[in-house]
Ligand binder design. Structure first.
Ligand code: CA
Length: 224
């Protein structure tokens, strides 16, 4: 699950990134309003956490800019304590929910999950490939009856492959969608993570659902 966090307070951003990683969310941080707009318009996120006081453009301006350009990604606004006006303004502009600072992690993750559940009916959110099932809202993966524990990045990779099952995806597409559009590290990180995934979802079960298409990329197949 990919989250865009638009927050200029570095320490708070870091705490949120770390906390959400434990809940298997992959979080990208934008530290200014314009960067938030840019990334929300050009990358795919499942949910956006948006602060109000930001350099360059306020959270309201960010929200207005992305909603006018038809980005419907659910937005959770971070408001000040007792900020009734802020809450009203945020909801008027098309925010889906809000949370006042300071907040607890338990509440933040519960709100994010609720937003994700609201987005699409529960039935549609569960991805299936043969006896492999991934539930993006509950953050769970099962092979038959066996639950498989994945890191946030492994989970994101599997979610991407399953959402395009039987379709060959290139390493560049994987990097763009599972890492982020600005990732400029080595491409073989994809091979490494495909290896990690195979050792968790395939090898222990004597399966080979993730196939390598040499020189092209990977395909997750139902029958593998
Ligand atoms: Ca701020």
């Amino acid at each position: 699950m990919r989250v865009l966090l638009v927050e200029d307070e570095a320490r708070l951003a870091e705490t949120i990134v770390r906390g959400l990683a434990l809940e298997r969310f992959v979080v990208s941080v934008a530290a200014t309003g314009p960067e938030g707009i840019e990334r929300a318009l050009h990358e795919d996120f499942d949910v956006i956490i948006l602060d109000i006081m930001l350099p360059g453009a306020s959270g309201y301006q960010v929200l207005r800019a992305i909603r006018t350009r038809d980005v419907r990604t659910p937005v959770l606004m971070l408001t000040a304590k007792d900020g009734d006006h802020e809450v009203a303004d945020a909801l008027d502009l098309g925010a889906d929910d809000y949370l006042s600072k300071p907040f607890s992690f338990v509440v933040l993750t519960a709100r994010l999950r609720a937003l994700l559940r609201r987005r699409t009916p529960q039935q549609q959110t569960i991805l299936q490939a043969g006896d492999l099932a991934l539930d993006p809202a509950r953050r769970t993966v099962y092979r038959g009856d066996v639950e498989i524990g994945l890191t946030p990045r492994e989970f994101g990779l599997l979610e991407y492959l399953m959402s395009r099952k039987e379709i060959v995806v290139t390493k560049a597409e994987i990097l763009h969608n599972v890492w982020d559009a600005h990732y400029d590290g080595p491409e073989n990180v994809v091979e490494v993570y495909v290896g990690y995934l195979r050792r968790k979802i395939d090898v222990p079960f004597g399966r080979s659902s993730i196939e390598t298409r040499r020189g092209v990329g990977y395909v997750l197949s139902e029958s593998g």
